[in-house]
Design a protein around this ligand. Sequence first.
Ligand code: SIN
Length: 329
Amino acid sequence: MKANIAIIGTGGTIAGRGESSVNTSAYACSVVSVDEILSGIPELASLANLQAEQLLQMGSENFATEHLLLLGSRISRLLQQDHVDGVVVTHGTDTIDETAYFLHLTLKSMKPVVVVGSMRPPSALSPDGPLNLYNAILVASSPASRGKGTLVVSNDEIHTARDVVKTSTFKLESFRSPYGPLGYVVEGMPRYYREPARSHTLETPWSIEEIDRLPEVGIVYAHGGIDAGMVDAVTNARMSGIVYAATGNGNVAEHVVGALLRARREGLHVVRASRTGSGVVIRNGAQPDDKYDWLVVDDQAPQKARILLMLALTREARSAELQRMFHRY
Ligand code: SIN
């Protein structure tokens, strides 16, 4: 029996169109409707019973917290319907890793949710969107995908939303997880080789149904010669937290420490992360976090640490508990 899969269109390159078939990097995004995308892939009809809706039509760089909440609520309502077996979201690739992680932490269902995009628009020579979407629907339809939280399917790989990040502006193999994908889709069959290690969906304290707003958290990207005023700008904007994407293993330049201490005094939580792209930031390693009452990110990318801190702050203000969340999710 075919699975019933709900598809939600939100825009991105997978909904893009170039002036010519050789436009693989310069093209209009978010112009093709989800119905048009689906009708361009006749092979989908034999995979699953599909119902599609256009929730948003925008580049994912424009996604704000209100869009995360809107999308999460809609998916949650669909997952509660008995006849829906899984949900696929078509999404721009730029912030797909942030949206997917947000859904991974806030949806309350065993049913598969797959977020999918493409690096080339459907109008390009060798577009990747049709196969990515085909594979995403296969993954969402598979009983083997139940209980794995939100997944990102790209370039024949199945990634857990917790780990995956976009690593290239144009390559088809842009999506990488530091510990590798959970599995692959080969010849129409999802093949899993490992499980998400960290708590998600049913095992988190956050339910999309209970969140109506998220606190603001800013990211400051460190570099040689950084002006400490970058940190002050986040503090002065009355945000609730700063993720400091530090150099190396979480090093903070001496002249920036004072600005981060001031941020903490003013009530913002400070999280030391790394701009390197992989690896762990150790508590009390490069900086005395206990003394400063700062947090460390564990191994998360700064943009995902921001999502986690926003969610964490909806339930918790105590530093020790916030730190525990970074080591758990
Ligand atoms: C976007 O993220 O919406 C634009 C880029 C893409 O989808 O690849």
